[in-house]
Design a protein around this ligand. Structure first.
Ligand SMILES: *[C@@H]1O[C@H](CO)[C@@H](O)[C@H](O)[C@H]1NC(C)=O
Ligand SMILES: *[C@@H]1O[C@H](CO)[C@@H](O)[C@H](O)[C@H]1NC(C)=O
Ligand SMILES: *[C@@H]1O[C@H](CO)[C@@H](O)[C@H](O)[C@H]1NC(C)=O
Ligand SMILES: *[C@@H]1O[C@H](CO)[C@@H](O)[C@H](O)[C@H]1NC(C)=O
Ligand SMILES: *[C@@H]1O[C@H](CO)[C@@H](O)[C@H](O)[C@H]1NC(C)=O
Ligand SMILES: *[C@@H]1O[C@H](CO)[C@@H](O)[C@H](O)[C@H]1NC(C)=O
Ligand SMILES: *[C@@H]1O[C@H](CO)[C@@H](O)[C@H](O)[C@H]1NC(C)=O
Length: 806
């Protein structure tokens, strides 16, 4: 239902809602706005009027959020022709029917400048779009087609194939000067669905995979993002389900595309993310055939078989000219390919469609200007000429095969070029220093956390203690084994794809076999994830101290170089979601098994919240994090996001809301507040999923109800509570127990945390047949955060997901 309304909004915002205008949001002949007057949109969200940015001595006509106390301008009309302060300007409808701005002397400062028409009306819509219309539905001009630096929800950034018009957002010159700056965000100049940040006319940043990049960062919020490709136009748009969070997406004067969200309680814009983030994010940082990676002295390296075009410049850190071949290609059928793994693939690929690897290679060999190929998902991608914007050691990276002359020795993952030995020597010293720095910051990181947790006053003492504790993990009460990487590689056949069990929050999980312990599950942290180390240490420290029948147990770990690996007991029955949501497998979850799983999870959670030596908030409880052993005993896993609370602490805030959509409580999604009660909320959703065999996130797709919680609430209200139970166990279930479970679940998903029971209440209510259960109130199901991960959803048939290889 929510999604539908977004759809409707999307489709309609350029047409029919004009009849709804009240007088404050329109401007017509004879009406005008000046000085301190403003126009406010119908829903009160946006205002249009005159403003002065910061300490500037000019004023401008613009649109800002009417609801946000800190004036945040999203659009400026006269960005190039400022009005001197203390002089008054007038905004009105001109004689030619345009929206116009006159200065004191009646000189035209700005005009919407469309070919003239009469009887027009200007209106400020509640999505921030200023429109000029003729009649009810004929939009002649709209500010969404002439944006400044802000990408508002429902706006389209893209390309009109008929008119050839591109719509981009463009940075201000400085925070106090809205004149067009050097940076823009928009689509590929030829209208291919690729998005870039441009610096003047050159590319500054490339969205490697726009959809995944932006979408991935929006995941877990109430937002969707889609790239729409139709006959006439291709564009990027995003939106939200009304009312909850205000996001601000804009290009700042320094060239970052920033995403902020408004936090009411803190009364400020909270930073969410920005690109470019690192030096290697800057487009073609290392020039043609140069690869960018790492933080150390050698940011740029030439691919094997290549040397810097200008070696003096290169050694001085001027990399943009890139590299050239040491030996020209033979084009005699003897050229060969060097294989690079984990690469950010270069820009400007051409897809040759489905074929075998061999054919793909042949396609490349055949044409002398072909310089590389990649083979992804049976699709052949080929590059001609220079390879630009290459990144190495890239997580989510791909294999790239680079063509070199046949005389080039075969190497794998080709090492980089080094100027001469001396430089090598220096590089070694530099990396040694770096290693030391990393070690120090690692130690500081540990001690900081410890300090915070235990409140030690004496920093030095704490430092010493924490360092020694780091090395004595094995000596602690639980034996945690360190494995070496070689052994892990052997156990998993070098992380062979066949052994991959799945993808966890921070990297892939593999199955392996160790002679001493038997089958194991290996979680390998992905390399790029910047949070990796923190999450890794978090999980390591946490789970090493936790031991419970319903928590997965950690057998060991491996930290070597970049690799961070956790080793767990292997669970032969995978995870709960595999059974629960599979029509054929769910049958094996009979009522007894389901109830056993529910009890097990509640015991595990109770232990985490109350009976372990620490108070642990899991923060990502969901069906796929419940593993099942061969006796179908549930084990809670994935402690990467878990947080430790002081014993008397009840709540905390985070700037980084992580978790899984549909399982997250409203106060966590909206305010980043988490507590035992946010885990209880997730437990409630999980409970309903186990009972009904329905995935919460599937609900938006159906007509039944907006969410599993809404559906459950309706059934409860109608007194048809047992209809919630999965048909495959409905006949055989213990109706008394089932009813109790549903009541408990509904209590767990109450909107207000205080209304939710604690895990100890839950355990009692589930096990004690006579205990009276309070009647639930309407749960928190109406709200926006119940939307699924919209990146996985087709908004409608127009929406296309970009294929991964480009
Ligand atoms: C405006 O000027 C004041 C005083 O010169 C300064 O403190 C303040 O930071 C300036 N504001 C902005 C937005 O630059
Ligand atoms: C209006 O558009 C025309 C051409 O389309 C241009 O020459 C003129 O300068 C524009 N006027 C204003 C006020 O922007
Ligand atoms: C504008 O108004 C004049 C007279 O009122 C009329 O003749 C003309 O057709 C109108 N033009 C448009 C585009 O509506
Ligand atoms: C834009 O780029 C030019 C050339 O690189 C530079 O001179 C100018 O200062 C830049 N403008 C802004 C607002 O940064
Ligand atoms: C090689 O590929 C380029 C780029 O697609 C093309 O322009 C050229 O005609 C091709 N040459 C041959 C011999 O196929
Ligand atoms: C691989 O290609 C197939 C067929 O085009 C597609 O259905 C599938 O989703 C692709 N897989 C990935 C991981 O892109
Ligand atoms: C990065 O990749 C190079 C090969 O391109 C490899 O030699 C090096 O070990 C990698 N570095 C890291 C930190 O993974």
């Amino acid at each position: 239902m929510e999604l539908d309304s977004v759809l409707v909004l999307l489709l309609v915002f350029s047409s029919s809602c004009l009849t709804l205008f009240a007088s404050e949001e329109i401007i017509e002949v004879g009406k005008s706005i000046t000085s301190n007057q403003k126009m406010v949109s119908a829903g009160g969200t946006f205002a249009l009027g005159f403003f002065t940015p910061g300490n500037s001595t000019f004023s401008y006509l613009g649109i800002w959020y009417n609801t946000i106390p800190r004036q945040t301008v999203v659009w400026v009309a006269n960005r190039e022709s400022p009005i001197p302060q203390h002089s008054t300007a007038v905004f009105t409808i001109g004689d030619d029917g345009n929206l116009v701005l006159f200065d004191e002397k009646d000189k035209l400062i700005w005009s919407s400048n469309v070919s003239s028409t009469n009887s027009t009306i200007g209106a400020l819509l509640d999505n921030g779009n200023l429109v000029l219309t003729h009649g009810e539905s004929n939009i002649l001009w709209q500010s969404f087609e002439h944006p400044t630096d802000t990408f508002l929800p429902e706006m389209k950034i893209g390309y009109n194939r008929k008119t050839g018009k591109r719509i981009m957002i463009n940075s201000w010159t400085s925070n106090e000067d809205p004149r067009p700056g050097n940076f823009s965000f928009g689509i590929d100049p030829e209208g291919r669905p690729r998005f870039y940040i441009f610096k003047q006319n050159s590319i500054h940043f490339r969205f490697d995979d726009t959809y995944e990049y932006l979408g991935g960062n929006l995941r877990g919020t109430a937002w969707y993002l889609s790239i729409v490709s139709q006959n006439d136009e291709v564009y990027l748009t995003y939106g939200h389900i009304k009312g909850w969070i205000t996001l601000r997406v804009f290009v700042d004067p320094a060239g970052h595309l920033q995403v902020l969200s408004w936090t009411q309680y803190a009364n400020k814009w909270k930073f969410i993310f920005q690109v470019p983030q690192t030096l290697c994010d800057i487009y073609a940082q290392c020039g043609p055939f140069g690869s960018c990676g790492g933080l150390t002295s050698e940011l740029c390296m030439c691919l094997t078989g290549f040397k810097p075009k200008f070696s003096t410049d290169w050694d001085n850190g001027k990399w943009t000219d890139g590299c050239v071949r040491k030996v020209a290609l033979g084009c005699d059928g003897k050229d060969r390919f060097l294989k690079y793994e984990n690469m950010k693939l270069p820009d400007h690929t051409i897809s040759f469609g489905h074929m075998s690897v061999h054919e793909c290679e042949t396609q490349c060999i055949r044409n002398c200007s072909c310089s590389a190929y990649a083979y992804l998902n049976s699709t052949c991608l080929i590059w001609f000429g220079d390879l630009l914007d290459l990144g190495r050691n890239y997580s989510n990276g791909r294999v790239l095969n680079v063509r070199v002359h046949g005389s080039e020795p075969i190497t794998h993952g080709g090492s980089g070029y080094s100027a001469h030995r001396q430089k090598n020597f220096i590089a070694r010293i530099v990396s040694a220093i770096c290693a030391i720095l990393v070690l120090i910051s690692f130690i500081l990181f540990i001690s900081k956390r410890r300090l915070r947790r235990q409140g030690w006053k004496n920093g030095t003492k704490a430092l010493i203690r924490s360092v020694s504790s780091l090395y004595s993990v094995e000596k602690s009460d639980i034996k945690l084994l360190q494995y070496n990487l070689q052994k892990i590689r052997e156990a998993t056949n070098d992380f062979h794809g066949e052994n991959k069990l799945g993808e966890g929050g921070f990297g892939p999980v593999f199955k392996g076999f160790l002679a001493e312990v038997g089958d194991i599950a290996i979680k390998r942290l992905s390399r790029r994830s910047s949070q990796g180390l923190e999450e890794f240490m978090n999980e390591l420290k946490l789970i090493a101290k936790l031991q419970h029948k319903n928590l997965v147990s950690l057998l060991g770990c491996c930290v070597e170089g970049e690799e961070k690996i956790l080793i767990y007991e292997y669970m032969s029955n995978c995870s709960l979601d595999k059974f629960l949501f599979d029509p054929s497998l769910k049958v094996s979850l009979n009522w007894g098994t389901r109830f056993g799983i529910i009890e097990g999870i509640s015991q595990g959670m109770l232990y985490l919240h109350k009976y372990s030596r620490l108070k642990v908030i899991h923060r990502d409880l969901k069906a796929s994090n419940i593993l099942l052993d061969n006796e179908m005993i549930p084990k809670i896993s994935d402690f990467g996001m878990a947080r430790i609370f002081g014993t008397d602490q009840t709540q905390a805030n985070t700037n980084r809301v992580v978790g899984t959509y549909g399982y997250m409580s409203p106060e966590y999604v909206v305010y980043g507040q988490f507590s035992e009660k946010s885990d209880v909320f997730s437990f409630g959703v999980l409970l309903l999923e186990i009972l009904s065999g329905q995935r919460n996130s599937d609900f938006l797709m159906t007509e039944i109800s907006a969410s599993l919680l809404g559906w459950a609430w309706n059934k409860w209200k109608e007194g048809r509570i047992l209809e919630l139970i999965d048909p495959s166990v409905r006949e055989t279930c213990d109706s008394n127990k089932a009813t109790r479970c549903i009541l408990v679940a509904l209590l767990c998903v109450q909107e207000i945390p205080i209304d939710r029971p604690t895990m100890s209440d839950i355990v009692v209510m589930l096990s004690n047949e006579t205990m009276l259960i309070p009647e639930p109130k309407e749960p928190a199901f109406r709200s926006s955060w119940q939307a699924p991960q919209l990146t996985d959803v087709s908004i409608n048939e127009m929406t296309v997901t970009l294929p991964k290889p480009r």
